[in-house]
Design a protein around this ligand. Sequence first.
Ligand code: RP5
Length: 162
Amino acid sequence: MKNPKVIIVMGSQSDWPTLTETAKILKDFKISFEAKVLSAHRTPGETSKYAEGLEKRGVKVAIAAAGGAAALAGVMAAHTSIPVIGIPIEATSLNGMDALLSTVQMPPGVPVATVAIGKMGAKNAAYLAMKILALSDKVLNAKLKKFKKMQADKIKKIKIIP
Ligand code: RP5
């Protein structure tokens, strides 16, 4: 996509089935984004270079997902001043707890806004990114408010018959 407002990076192609949840929501709300595989461990130079170029390109939010000893979101945050949202991926026998702790426990001054492990987090990463964009986008802000109301209306309609 041209002039992405949001970027999604993942440590491996194996993370993509989770990240499709993020992509789907961004597409539904017509947010321009690009998605890339970049690894903090396997392609450290390319990762830092990519992160360093984001602000100049007009990107407003970065979403970074990785599993295992997940350094990707932290490395992205170290190399850019735009907000970084981290998604811990379930990729090892620890079911994402390893990635959650690696992503969320950033030292002060280099924050990563960490969402839940796996697909639930992948969805919330998209909503959180849009909330950040909506701070300076009235149309998107109105769309998100409408979505919130729709969610509430759905709940209110539910009737439990014991
Ligand atoms: C991480 O290691 C990736 O983000 C992925 O979640 C995990 C496994 O990667 P592959 O071995 O599938 O490439 O860096």
